[in-house]
Write a protein that binds this ligand. Structure first.
Ligand SMILES: C[S@@+](CC[C@H](N)C(=O)[O-])C[C@H]1O[C@@H](n2cnc3c(N)ncnc32)[C@H](O)[C@@H]1O
Length: 240
């Protein structure tokens, strides 16, 4: 059992506490880690971007889910919001292109469990024609919409919806999952993707960050598994 704001609640995936990630101590550790893994230039870029976001009122801070307004039938199966960092996003795409040996077609990028829009915003900034995020926590989706507006971005959309109810568009090229939920939800999402596989217009790749289940191995071709110096892990799949 866990205690949140004086209430005793049942332990579930959804009430994991990630709030330590907003502490100064964690952030200093994060920057030192970035310096070691990505070098000075990349770390300075990251700090500059954070300052810019602060000035613009853009918020990608970590957020627990237990007091949020969740939609759908899988409210106990999701993980807390931890936004994808700039370094992680860049590295993941460099690795995907190395693994596939080609440039990834930047049509539509879809993030299941998109939180405050961290990954969809970076995808659009990195050249994707369109980014779509599906988020089941109303308050996080609202922040994502505000972030998109404050950065004056077009063709980036956050939808307040449970992931199992959203079917990817047929011209999708990348599906992104940053450890959003457990195997129960992943199974349904994987089945939805498989139901469309003959109709997809491009090669479709799945990036699964910090995997917490092996469901995708049963449905898609595993291209590679990589581990970053920071300890972050990523599985890469092709939908065939
Ligand atoms: C680890 S965060 C990833 C955030 C975002 N993808 C990023 O990279 O910045 C996981 C997110 O998945 C969302 N989530 C969990 N279960 C979900 C579900 N069934 N449908 C939609 N979103 C869900 C959570 O609310 C949380 O925002």
């Amino acid at each position: 059992m866990a205690r949140t704001k004086g209430k005793i609640v049942r332990d579930t995936h959804t009430n994991a506490d990630m709030s330590h990630q907003n502490s100064l101590r964690y952030k200093i550790g994060e920057f030192l880690g970035s310096l070691k893994e990505n070098g000075l230039k990349s770390t300075v870029d990251k700090i500059t971007q954070r300052v810019y976001y602060k000035i613009k009122g853009v918020d990608f801070s970590t957020e627990n889910l237990h007091d949020l307004t969740l939609t759908g039938d899988f409210q106990d199966h999701g993980t807390a919001l931890v936004s994808t960092s700039k370094d992680f996003f860049k590295k993941v795409f460099e690795d995907l292109e190395t693994i596939t040996g080609k440039k990834i077609e930047k049509n539509i990028f879809l993030d299941y469990g998109s939180g405050k829009g961290g990954a969809i915003i970076q995808a659009r900034n990195s050249g994707f024609k369109q980014s779509i995020g599906i988020e089941f926590a109303k308050e996080l989706h609202d922040v994502a919409e505000l972030n998109i507006k404050r950065l004056s971005l077009k063709n980036v959309d956050s939808f307040y919806q449970d992931a199992t109810l959203y079917l990817p568009p047929l011209d999708i090229s990348v599906i992104y999952l940053f450890n959003p939920f457990d195997a129960v939800v992943m199974e349904k999402v994987a089945q939805n993707i498989v139901s469309l596989k003959e109709d997809f217009k491009n090669d479709v790749y799945i990036i699964y960050g910090n995997p917490s289940c092996e469901v995708l191995d049963n449905y898609f071709t595993l291209l590679d598994k990589r581990e970053h110096v920071s300890g972050a892990r990523v599985n890469y799949y092709k939908v065939i």
